[in-house]
Design a protein around this ligand. Structure first.
Ligand code: CP3
Length: 340
């Protein structure tokens, strides 16, 4: 058998040092080679649904930086698209969807995941064949709460107000949407694992916007059901949670959901997380540090490295890299992490 990939060792609880490293949104607009393919592909969804292009942009950051993990290039909003919602990405404006109403819930079609997302599964299997043997391949999907915030508002919002209104004023309707998204996500993630993904990450970017009661119902509950549903079909599947903004609720989230590891946003104190979180962690450099001075970058990296030395940890950013990030800053972080 070939040697286990370093990131997979960490997900099994082993402390690997220096830690494996990858960056959320590592394929993206900060790379000139991404912008070139993006221009050729036409729309953003065409980029996600054309294996030739999606494979190429996924491999770009691996070729340039040799990250230890590669993350499938796609978007969390391909799931509502597969369910039958209209999804568009307008240049410079972010995603636009037709806001869903309660009456629309019965029209969502979970049976279309396999056929609509077939090109994504082809991308995953092509990637596994083309990636270096030592590189972990991560699949992903959005967690139901975060996907619902875009489906309900029809766009990104500052406060997730429209979806929070459902959470507090008509929670039964939101439960129905969560159930549909849980079923779709389980199927989507299992098919990514079948196609060759080594592990999967659940992005819950807006987890922190709910109060404790609603967090339990719409973040913890659906995540727990996805973890259980994926494991029922794929025993031993490794799942990384990322409930951004969960703060002090993180240890409880981990215990209740059963995720194998968690990604830490930049607001968390790494020293606290190293002691309080009972599973391997990933994170948590503030992506905005990459736009600052070398001293600021080094201080941010060192604080994380010192906190997690001797623990199972994956070095990463605390959220996606921004389009403004200089390539030299990425190189600096990698050199410092790899020096241990
Ligand atoms: O990490 C990776 O490299 C994999 C690819 C990936 C993308 N989106 C590509 C993308 C992943 C994992 C995502 C997840 C995603 N998408 C999330 C959760 C994580 C997070 O960043 O909060 C969310 C909330 C979305 C929804 C989304 N997609 C928004 C709000 C936007 C617009 C914001 C922006 O950066 O433009 C997108 C578009 C998007 N998804 C881009 C990329 C590279 C930029 C689009 C472009 O190139 O024109």
């Amino acid at each position: 058998m070939t040697q286990q990939r370093s990131l997979m060792k960490v997900l099994s609880g082993e402390a690997v040092w220096p830690p494996p490293v990858w960056f959320m949104r590592q394929a993206g607009r900060y790379l000139p080679e991404y912008r070139a393919v993006r221009a050729d592909a036409g729309s953003f969804l065409d980029l996600c649904y054309t294996p030739k292009f999606a494979v190429e942009v996924t491999l770009q950051p691996i070729r340039r930086f040799g990250f230890d993990a590669s993350i499938l290039f796609s978007d969390i909003l391909v799931v509502p698209h597969a369910l039958g919602r209209d999804v568009r990405f307008e240049v410079g404006e972010g995603p636009r969807l037709d806001p869903i109403s309660e009456a629309d819930l019965s029209s969502l079609n979970v049976g279309r995941i396999a056929s609509h997302l077939a090109p994504v599964f082809e991308t995953v299997s092509t990637l596994r064949a083309r990636l270096p043997a030592e590189t972990t391949l991560l699949g992903f999907c959005g967690a139901p709460w975060t996907v619902a915030t875009y489906m309900i508002a029809g766009r990104g919002t500052d406060d997730q107000g429209p979806a929070k209104h459902w959470a507090y004023a008509k929670p039964e309707a939101l439960d129905r949407l969560m159930d549909i998204l849980v079923e779709a996500s389980v199927d989507y993630l299992c098919r990514q694992l079948d196609a060759g993904a080594d592990a999967v990450q659940l992005f819950d970017t807006w987890a922190g916007s709910l109060d404790v009661r609603a967090f339990e119902r719409f973040v913890v509950g659906p995540t727990q059901r996805i973890v259980a549903g994926v494991r029922a079909r794929k025993p031993g599947a490794k799942i990384i949670g990322f409930p951004r903004g969960a703060g002090s609720r993180l240890p409880d989230f981990v215990r209740k959901t059963g995720v194998d590891a968690v990604s830490l946003d930049w607001s968390l104190d790494p020293v606290w997380a190293a002691g309080a979180v009972p599973v391997p962690t990933q994170g948590n450099l503030d992506p905005i540090r990459l736009l600052g001075s070398n001293e600021g970058i080094d201080a941010g990296v060192d604080a994380i490295m010192n906190a997690f030395r001797g623990k199972p940890h994956i070095f990463n950013l605390g959220h996606g890299i921004t389009p403004e990030a200089p390539i030299s800053a990425v190189e600096r972080v990698l050199a410092r992490v790899r020096a241990g």
